[in-house]
Design a protein around this ligand. Structure first.
Ligand code: FAD
Length: 453
């Protein structure tokens, strides 16, 4: 029997889509770089049937691409023509919220926003948060070790995962739904699956760490003269604001472009750098941020500052930072996400920006990001760019990342798009170890081939 016939016999026809039943959304993630449909889509509704599907694919040597919410930005969920897509969309649900331990056990296909809401309903915060929350799934978020704006306070996704269940390439189910914060029993296997983009196993369940739900929230926009001043402000905010939950920087070009795009004007003057500071507290009217900003204005570190007086103000600050209009307004927009030592980001942006503009004088080049995590996003748009130009943008930027000993992916992952540049941030010895781990867990190479390594 063919692999498709075997899968239909094992999972039932409703769980195996082929031909015209395969929807266009299985073609590409949000990078919009996928151009082919998988030969079939599997939609198991239990961990047992998912494991059975992998067992059969393994026996047939059939390649499998795990697909979550398809919001990834690195091409990691894009299929090749002979791949079968394994969709997690029917493996959903919150299985438990343990209020004493502060944990949530959740199936991997659950949308992030659903999990966040369930935590809130139980009086907790699920601190993982990103713009794609409505569509991305817990399994996809874990597989990409997604970041977002709260990393400065709560860490990356991997810091908020206590336990994990994953199915290996041969169908073995590895269940370790640990709830303890400390667990030093040998190798930390769960971390192998977090951030490995579906190349080592398929995540089916997770135990996530919950935190107390903050009550008060304060948000400010601060104008600064230099990148060095931004790092000084970061240091003093970390010292003096215990509730610091976001510290985001925008270079002037980025701020101006996105203010215009959303029709807002916050300051009457133009400043080289703008920072958003957000704090979360236990008290609704905690005015620690106001005192902090007054002191920084007095000592001259901040040139100007605005505190949001309403939710509308706050959303207006974030609308500029999120820059959601850029995709629509800028042709061929490339959004790179890099990281390096916080102290080096300022000169990196100067050098990299100058080189990109020297090569593409008509380009829009702007910088913004999670400076508290050393994570910078680079927005580059070259009118009428062809594929070679887009490749050159990456080569120029990643060349500087290598010189600055940084990482070519801070949070979006490697997928297919950054795979050619992995050696810019990883040594040959590291790559060799990654290949050995891949070969040990997936000797037939059926899990998400062509991605990451
Ligand atoms: C508007 C927007 C905002 C974003 N903001 C951020 C941000 O602030 N920070 C950030 O880090 N990222 C951000 N992203 C990208 C981010 O990586 C994804 O949104 C999310 O993490 C991917 O989840 P997903 O379910 O859509 O996964 P998919 O795109 O479906 O898949 C991503 C990768 O994970 C694999 N995968 C999916 N599910 C599983 C599973 N169960 N087991 C094993 N492998 C699996 C896939 O094969 C693929 O390699 C943003 C994306 C968008 C569109």
């Amino acid at each position: 029997m063919s692999v498709i016939q075997d899968l239909i016999a094992a999972l039932g026809p409703g769980a195996v889509m082929t031909g015209n039943n395969v929807g266009a959304r299985h073609r590409s993630d949000a990078s919009l770089t996928g151009d082919t449909l998988p030969k079939a889509v599997l939609r198991p509704d239990s961990v047992d049937s998912l494991a059975e599907a992998l067992r059969l694919c393994h026996r047939h040597g059939q390649s499998v691409v795990p697909q979550g919410g398809m919001t990834g930005l690195a091409g990691g969920a894009n299929p090749r023509p002979d791949d079968i897509a394994l969709s997690l969309e029917r493996l959903t649900g919150i299985e438990e919220i343990d209020v004493q331990s502060g944990t949530m056990t959740v199936l991997a296909g659950t949308p992030l926003e659903t999990a966040q809401q369930a935590a809130r309903d139980a009086g907790f915060l699920l601190p993982i948060d990103l713009g794609a929350r409505g569509s991305c799934q817990i399994g996809g978020v874990l597989s990409t070790n997604a970041g977002g704006i709260r990393v400065i306070r709560y860490g990356q996704t991997r810091d908020n995962v206590l336990g994990l269940e994953a199915v290996l390439a041969d169908g073995t189910v590895l269940t370790s739904l640990n709830k303890a914060i400390k667990n030093n029993t040998g190798y930390d296997l769960r971390q192998l699956f977090i951030g490995s983009e579906g190349t080592l196993g398929v995540i089916t369940r997770a135990v996530l760490r919950l935190r107390p739900l903050p009550v008060g929230r304060q948000t400010a926009l601060c104008a600064l003269q230099s990148y060095e001043d931004a790092t000084r402000l970061l240091k003093s905010a970390q010292l003096e604001l215990p509730g610091l939950s976001a510290f985001e920087i925008m270079w002037e070009d980025y701020f101006r472009f996105n203010e215009q795009a959303v029709g807002l004007r916050h300051f009457s003057e133009t400043y080289p750098f703008i920072v958003i500071i957000e704090t979360e507290g236990e008290e609704p009217d905690d005015d620690g941020l106001q005192d902090f900003l007054s002191a920084r204005l007095d000592d001259g570190l901040i040139l100007d500052a605005l505190i949001a007086q309403s939710e509308k103000d706050r959303l207006g600050f974030w609308a500029v930072r999120e820059g959601l209009e850029m995709d629509r307004l800028l042709p061929n927009l490339v959004n790179l996400d890099v990281s390096m030592a916080i102290g080096r980001l300022g000169t990196f942006a100067e050098d990299c920006g100058a080189a990109l503009l020297a090569r593409f004088p008509q380009a829009h080049v702007s910088f913004f990001g999670h400076v508290g995590d050393g994570n910078l996003h680079i927005a580059v748009s070259v009118p009428e760019a062809n594929e070679a130009d887009i490749g050159e943008i990456s080569r120029i930027a990643y060349g500087f990342v290598r010189t600055y000993y940084g990482s070519i992916s801070a949070e979006h992952g490697i997928g297919t798009l950054k795979r050619p540049y992995l050696s810019y941030s990883r040594s040959e010895a590291e790559l060799e170890l990654m290949r050995s781990i891949k070969a040990a867990l997936d000797p037939k190479g059926i899990l998400n081939p062509g991605k990451v390594i």
